[in-house]
Design a protein around this ligand. Structure first.
Ligand SMILES: Cc1cc2nc3c(=O)[nH]c(=O)nc-3n(C[C@H](O)[C@H](O)[C@H](O)COP(=O)(O)OP(=O)(O)OC[C@H]3O[C@@H](n4cnc5c(N)ncnc54)[C@H](O)[C@@H]3O)c2cc1C
Length: 380
């Protein structure tokens, strides 16, 4: 069996590694590096820099964790995010520690006990549920979070008023009924001690895999010679933008280096209200890199324009869903041996573990001889 995998990101590397057990696999990527958006590198100071913004692996999927652990050792890093709110660094998602930090003691205690009578300790409750409540204190809390954490951040991130953003995004803003200020609660969390690029390179170094970088799909020639093509690139580009480009939000990462041990007290600090960037990443926290210098990165959301910047976040809406479905059908008609996957192929935001799980599912379906995998996605 001959397999072509387009894209050497975590989706492509997963499917290539699984396929290499029974097939001859060629992997191509238009970039000069493996890793896709998980790409990281050690800079001149020995600091592991995440080129496309902070990446933390977190999953409760034992199969995904077990698979990735064959190619990397993970440290026990637990991610915490601070938001600069009225000049104070406050843990987010909002939890009891955040409430005690921003409100006077008596108000904080009253809010906590009211929260505990509307849910169990440890629950995550979407703030939208409190916005429509009669209780004055809970409404005040929800309005405070909406105004100081959510509204301006969302405007910067999506370039529009929150009311124009898909309800699925707003519905997710929670308050957590506990003092647990970790950003993720998954069973498995960590950073690969030799980096994501190394992990993905190992996935791609299985016998039977041939890797060609700086090789776009358009240069492949006769695609009919492959039994299967797994395509992790953008489907609108694949189909020549014949129905117009799929909408995305992009990001600009500006890196700065400082002659100091630390720039900030945490790996990620969000700036919901101030400045044009949404957050600052300081990478040396992830692997506890020792250096007298530090490197940070300011993340600026911006419009996506094909050819001038990168695609990061699909813009969920009914219209973009329909456009994607049209492209998917056209791609399936034109390339009967091609399967779409990955954050670009599926036009869906995936965390790394979801990208790996999806690649496993697509490979299983292909090797079982199903003609086409179900998208199983938000658009299907
Ligand atoms: C700012 C940011 C932070 C994130 N942080 C986290 C996090 O903390 N934890 C987490 O789990 N996830 C995080 N993610 C998500 C993570 O980046 C994705 O899950 C992951 O990159 C998806 O991998 P992929 O292989 O599907 O896509 P990609 O990484 O984009 O890989 C696709 C590859 O295909 C190649 N390609 C595209 N078109 C072609 C073509 N025509 N020919 C040849 N090659 C092509 C590209 O060059 C690329 O290398 C974050 C995402 C963003 C945007």
């Amino acid at each position: 069996m001959k397999v072509l995998v387009v894209g050497a990101g975590i989706s492509g590397a997963t499917v290539a590694n699984l396929a290499s057990r029974t097939a001859r696999v060629e992997v191509i990527d238009s970039r000069g590096t493996v890793g896709g958006n998980c790409y990281d590198y050690r800079d001149v100071n020995g600091i592991m820099v995440h080129r496309y913004g902070s990446h933390i692996l977190h999953t409760s999927d034992g199969e995904v964790w077990g698979f990735l652990s064959r190619f990397a050792s993970f440290n026990t890093y637990m991610h915490r995010v601070m938001a600069m709110v009225e000049g104070m660094e406050v843990p987010i998602p909002f939890n009891f520690n955040s409430i005690r930090k921003v409100f006077p003691e008596t108000l904080a205690e009253r809010i906590e006990s009211k929260l505990l009578s509307s849910g169990r300790y440890g629950d995550r409750i979407p703030i939208m549920e409190f916005l429509s409540q009669d209780d004055e204190d809970l409404r005040f809390l929800a309005e405070y979070i909406y105004e100081h954490i959510f509204r301006h951040y969302t405007e910067k991130q999506w370039g529009t008023e929150p009311s124009n953003v898909d309800g699925a995004v707003t519905a997710r803003v929670p308050v957590r009924l506990s003092c647990d200020d970790r950003y993720f609660q998954d069973r498995y969390q960590g950073i690969p001690v030799n980096g994501y690029t190394d992990m993905i390179r190992r996935m791609l170094s299985a016998p039977g895999i041939e890797l060609r970088l700086n090789t776009p799909f358009s240069s492949v020639g006769d695609v009919g010679r492959y039994d299967h093509i797994f395509y992790t690139g953008p489907v609108d580009e694949l189909m020549g933008y014949r129905f117009g480009p799929l909408p995305y939000r992009s990001l600009r990462f500006e890196f700065e280096e400082y002659d100091m041990e630390h720039y900030q007290d945490n790996a990620v600090v969000n700036y919901p209200d101030n400045y044009d960037f949404t957050r600052i990443h300081e990478f040396k926290y992830y692997l506890r890199d020792r250096s007298e210098r530090t490197v940070i990165c300011k993340e600026y959301p911006e419009e996506f324009a094909p050819g001038s910047n990168e695609r990061y976040y699909p813009v969920p809406s009914e219209t973009s869903g329909e456009l994607y479905a049209k492209y998917r059908r056209a791609a399936e008609d034109e390339y009967p041996n091609l399967r779409l996957l990955g954050r670009l192929g599926d036009y869906r935001y995936y965390d790394m573990d979801e990208a790996v799980a999806r690649a496993m599912e697509v490979w299983r379906s292909a090797s079982a001889g199903d003609r086409k995998p179900q998208a199983g996605m938000m658009w299907s």
